[in-house]
Design a protein around this ligand. Structure first.
Ligand code: CAA
Length: 258
C-alpha cells in the first residue's frame, strides 16, 4: 500500500479502513486528500483480501467540506480546467461495499463523501448539512444529485436551500443514516457491520452493489434486465455452488470469494 499524507489505511481481517487525517482543517477535502482517498480506495478495491471498506474521520469531524481556502480565489475557467473534483468519481465507482462511519461534522463535501458510500453509520453527535449556498456556490461533488436520490426532493431541498444542519436523529428519520450509535461504539459497530458484509461472498456483494447502483440510473425495465444478468452470472461462481450446497447440507458455508 502506498504511503499517504492525509489519510491512514488500516486492515482488520477482510475489512479495510480509510481514516481521514487532516485534523488541522477538520479533514477538509483538499486536492491531496482527494488523491490519497481515491488511490487507497482503488488499491483496496483491487485487493482480493478486502471485502468491505470503512471511511471515517475524527470524533470532531468526518469532514467539514471541500477545502474552501484552496478554491476561494479560483475563477470558473480555472475550476473547469482543473476539473476540480473530478477524481471523486473514481471513489464513487468502487465496486465493493463502502461504509461511512461519521462522527461530528459531515458538511458540504464531507456529506458528499458520505453519500458516495453505500451505508452511513453515525454517532449521536454527527451533524450533516450543505452550507454551500451560504458560500455563494452549490454542492459540487454530487450532493444535489445523491441527496435527492437518497432522501427525496422535498427534504433534500430544505437541506440544500437553507444550509441548515441536521443532527443524526433527523438524518436517520430522513433515511440518510442507517443507524445511530453512541460515540464510544462507532468504530466497533462499523467494524462489526463491515466484517459481517465482508464475510459474504465477494462476487455476490459486487453484483448486488452494481445492480443497486443501476437502480439510481436506469428505467425499471433496463434495471430489471441488468439485475437478471448479474443474478444469472453468479451461477458460474464457486461461492454460489458452496452457498447453496451448504444450505442443503445444513452446514456453514466456506466462501472463497470467487
Ligand atoms: N475548508 C478549509 N478549511 C476548513 C474547512 C473547510 N471546509 N472547515 C474547517 N476548516 C479549518 C478552519 O479554517 C480552521 O482552520 P484555522 O485554525 O487555520 O483557522 C480549522 O479548520 C478549524 O475550524 P474552525 O476553527 O472553524 O472550527 P469550529 O469548531 O469553530 O467550526 C465548523 C467548525 C462549523 C465545521 C466550521 O469550521 C465551518 O463552518 N467549516 C466550513 C464548513 C463548510 O462551509 N463546508 C462546505 C465547504 S464548500 C464545499 O464543500 C463545496 C462542495 O460541495 C464541493
Amino acid at each position: 500500500m502506498t504511503n499517504f499524507e492525509t489519510i491512514r489505511v488500516e486492515r482488520r481481517d477482510r475489512v479495510a479502513w480509510i481514516h481521514l487525517d487532516r485534523p488541522e482543517a477538520l479533514n477538509a477535502l483538499n486536492e491531496r486528500l482527494m488523491r490519497d482517498v481515491v488511490a487507497a480506495a482503488g488499491e483496496l478495491d483491487a485487493d482480493d483480501g478486502v471485502g468491505a471498506i470503512v471511511v471515517t474521520g475524527s470524533e470532531r469531524a468526518f469532514a467539514a467540506g471541500a477545502d474552501i481556502k484552496e478554491m476561494a480565489s479560483k475563477s470558473t475557467a480555472e475550476m473547469r480546467a482543473d476539473d476540480h473534483f473530478g477524481e471523486w468519481l473514481k471513489f464513487a465507482a468502487v465496486r465493493k461495499p463502502v461504509i461511512a462511519a461519521v462522527s461530528g461534522y459531515a458538511l458540504g463535501g464531507g456529506l458528499e463523501l458520505a453519500l458516495m458510500c453505500d451505508i452511513i453509520v453515525a454517532t449521536d453527535s454527527a451533524k450533516f448539512g450543505f452550507p454551500e449556498v451560504g458560500l455563494g456556490v452549490i454542492p459540487g461533488i454530487g450532493g444535489t444529485q445523491r441527496l435527492v436520490r437518497a432522501i427525496g426532493y422535498p427534504k433534500a431541498a430544505e437541506i440544500i436551500l437553507t444550509g441548515r444542519r441536521i443532527d443524526a436523529e433527523e438524518a436517520e428519520r430522513a433515511g440518510l443514516v442507517s443507524r445511530v450509535v453512541e460515540a464510544s461504539r462507532l468504530l466497533d459497530e462499523a467494524q462489526e457491520l463491515a466484517a459481517g458484509i465482508a464475510a459474504k461472498p465477494l462476487p455476490a456483494l459486487v453484483a448486488a452493489k452494481a445492480a443497486m447502483d443501476a437502480a439510481l440510473e436506469l428505467p425499471l425495465a433496463e434495471g430489471l434486465a441488468l439485475e437478471t444478468e448479474h443474478f444469472t452470472a453468479l451461477f458460474d461462481t464457486e461461492d454460489q455452488q458452496e452457498g447453496m450446497a451448504a444450505f442443503a447440507e445444513k452446514r456453514e458455508p466456506r466462501f472463497r470469494h470467487r
